[in-house]
Design a protein around this ligand. Structure first.
Ligand code: GAL
Length: 383
């Protein structure tokens, strides 16, 4: 967000510089007609000074405006309960840190009023944490469920206690989301449509010089390293990455598909197993996320294979290390799972609930394709 602010400020500064230049062009002409060129230059210099000053002021205003994102809402006494499905997850760690930062720095919540729990990958444990949050009287909950299928019971408990819930990252099913809207329950989901990320992965393979068919046998032979299959992100990425290939009229062959639970070590082991079983027949390694792709890359390198030469590798999330690999040609591509925009949206929506506003049951943020062409830009943006 700091970055976005900076980008906005720079954007504003250059827009202003342009419009000032346009204005001063006009006034300089008049001045020049009346006075000397030296005077005209002075005017331009003054204009530039003013532009810089105004841009600075604009940047300050932007920061203030962000703080005022919650309107008259006073966040200083509001208690927020957050539970993350497990802390030991690379992507959700980035998300969690950004969420906390945004709540405190941009929306004015007090750090001591925000409690973040580790669900430790155990739904029973997480449900206990949520019960404790309810008993302790939090004002709003932001929940990354261990099992999205637990949403109906958890939603009912929160609803009875009058506590609004913002679900993040693991999407409850459509039936449940429809129920919130139909029954006027203060619950919502903030996430990304995983179909889009799967499609982008498939497109990245199609965009390679041989469209994924390295050995020229007329079909794309792939292995699929899946996340947690209970999770819709894993289901959709698996389905839509391959669908992008078949929709483009390609023949595909699935050599191997196993669950790696979003985990780097599992990604490495499974890719190693697949390469031992199928050797050079493996042309494409699809990983449902970057952590597993980082593991896959270790196995690929250990097997003496070279990404983008004799094998392709794609992931999702845009972890810094993965984006660097894309830049270095060690991964074919990844997809930015925008944790910054998702954290902002989740927090802003929590505030809307607290202000008594109506909230749509589903709120989606876009993914962005990351290839060698924009990897540097994405890397800069992530820093
Ligand atoms: C996905 C993300 C994975 C993992 C998972 C947890 O969106 O790509 O890396 O964090 O969420 O539910």
């Amino acid at each position: 967000m700091k970055l976005l602010k900076k980008v906005m400020a720079v954007g504003l500064a250059s827009t202003m510089a342009l419009s000032m230049a346009a204005c001063s062009g006009g006034s300089t002409e008049t001045t020049a007609a009346e006075t000397t060129t030296a005077k005209a230059e002075e005017t331009t210099a003054k204009a530039e000074e003013t532009t810089a000053k105004e841009a600075e002021e604009a940047a300050e205003t932007t920061a203030e405006e962000v703080k005022e994102a919650a309107g008259d809402f006073d966040a200083s006494n509001v208690k927020v309960g957050i539970s993350i499905y497990k802390f030991d997850d690379n992507f959700m760690t980035l998300y969690r840190n950004e969420l906390e930062r945004y709540l405190v720095e941009d929306l004015g919540f007090k750090a001591e009023n925000i409690t973040i729990q580790d669900g430790k990958g155990d739904q029973a444990e997480q449900s206990n944490q949520i019960d404790n949050f309810i008993t302790s009287g939090v004002d709003v909950l932001i929940l990354n469920l261990v099992q999205a299928s637990s949403a109906p019971q958890i939603t009912d408990k929160c609803n009875e206690a009058g506590i609004p819930v913002v679900y993040i990252n693991r999407e409850p099913d459509v039936e449940e989301e429809d129920r919130w809207a139909a029954e006027g329950i203060k619950a919502t989901y903030v996430g990304c449509d995983a179909r889009q990320s799967g499609t982008f992965q498939g497109e990245e393979i199609l965009e390679t010089s041989n469209g994924g068919d390295i050995n020229g046998d007329g079909k794309i032979s792939y292995i699929m390293i899946q996340g947690d299959p209970e999770n819709v992100d894993a289901q959709y990425r698996t389905e839509f990455s391959v669908k992008a290939l078949t929709d483009a009229g390609k023949e595909v062959e699935e050599l191997f598909m196993q669950r790696g639970d979003w985990d780097q070590a599992k990604g490495q082991q499974l890719t190693q197993d697949a390469l031992t079983l199928f050797g050079d027949d493996v042309e494409v390694v699809f990983c449902n996320n970057d952590a597993m792709a980082l593991g896959a890359l270790q196995a690929i390198e250990a097997a003496g294979r070279t990404v983008n030469e004799d094998i392709y590798l794609v992931g999702v999330d845009a972890l810094t290390e993965a984006v660097q690999n894309v830049l270095d040609g060690k991964m074919t591509g990844t997809v930015f799972n925008d944790h910054i925009a998702q954290a902002k949206s989740a927090a802003d929506i929590a505030v809307q609930f607290l202000q008594g506003e109506d909230v749509a049951p589903v709120n989606m943020v876009d993914y962005t394709k990351v290839t060698t062409e924009n990897a540097q830009e994405v890397l800069d943006a992530l820093k």
